[in-house]
Design a protein around this ligand. Sequence first.
Ligand code: BG6
Length: 498
Amino acid sequence: MDQTDERPAPAPPCTLVIFGAAGDLTKRLLMPALYNLAGGGLLDEGFKILGVDHNDKSDEDLRTELTETMDSFARDRTGEFHPDHIDPKVWGFVRERIRFLKGDFEDPAAYEALAEAVSGNVVFYLAVAARFFGPVVDGLGGAGLLKETDGAFRRVVIEKPFGSDLASAKALNARILRQGEESQFYRIDHFLGKETVQSILAIRFANGMLEPVWRAEHVDHVEITAAETIGVEGRGAFYEATGALRDMVPNHLVQIFSMIAMEPPASLDAEDVRDAKAAVVKAVRPVPPEDAVRGQYAAGSEQGQAVKGYREEPHVAPESHTETYAALKLAVDTPRWRGVPFYLRTGKRLGRRLTEAAVHFKPSPTGLFPDLGEARGPHGNVMRLTIDPEQGIHTGFNVKRPGPRMRIAPVETAFYYGDAFEEAPSVGYETLLYDCMIGDPTLFQRADQIEAGWAAVEPLLRAWTEGPAEPYAAGSSGPKGADALLAREGHRWLPLEE
Ligand code: BG6
């Protein structure tokens, strides 16, 4: 991890081969990220893009299609990428570097053609459905495209979902590692591209006032939330087979958890950081079904608008048991965290969009304020690291309420990244793409961490194949069972309804 203040240099020249060039991810995130990187001067003159997909089109067709979607982002400003306008010079830099190659992902001939089309440094980006991850890596390996010769690098970026349980994740790791070295594979988790997630490391380990108290002696419990207001957004078919647990927990929530809970790494080198993260995920006890709750949204209202229940969504079975909400308690077997519950929750169609980690501290040991009254509520003595939609830190602490008696009141100080720093335009993929091009895997998931994440939730995957999920009204804060899970130990979720 680079710690200098200097402006980063452009990444070395390379070809970015995008499998799934006509797909949604390429249009919505990869092209905007490349545009932002080009705008920041972070792409080399020798940078090239080769899109691969199965339909017929020319280089110019792909360039035109991608230009149209880029232009549409400047008109419809509701997505992740909403520039005032597309700078023709910056987009021109990206556009003129785009070429297209028609190829069937499962046909060895496609890889022979690809081998003719590329040389030197190559990043292969698998922006394809998960069922193609194995076949594409086999194809690349079979055509000798993963051999790193003459000092050139060959790297493969793999999107999520990486497996659908422990066995399939292990099988996929074994399959890809037959074709290349671990160091060549960059397994993406886009939560690690979020600045505030990356900053957890700095907040914890660069502050002498926090580091010593970040442990069981002083921390009572931790909440990690990824709440969304959107429903399944036309992805019913994908979601039916996936559910909230697989979609969000062993990957995104476990990533946040590992940043909050890891031991200090030996250094900021990628492998030291990844060792420390993997170690804490391996220390999580497999979650017993009684420590977890699943829910499914029923009809309700979201920001004053009536919305359908999950079972009424397109491509969803009318009696579906798929969960759209999951809450669980993690127990961590390390001296630092033994006895401290980590509560994780995620869901769609909740009362508010909020991604954050909230660290609740133990009451002051002085015993001078045994009855904190309102300050005992959820807001005093807690530090919230907020990731979305705001990026910042909220610290809730207790003060004396002005007046003649000693009465305690909880107050909050807030820090917002946007107030302190000029933020570079970002869709969250810029750092990840740049890091892959410069060969820094710190923000990517190693095989062992992915497998440890799946191992932690394995008992739930098995238990949740049967029986219904508890309904919750769209726009609420989730199923009642999730409140009961925390109430067992006298805890309470921070509120999700405004
Ligand atoms: C994706 C999930 O990985 O993350 C989606 O598949 C989810 O279901 C999304 O909506 C959430 O990401 P973000 O960055 O919008 O919080």
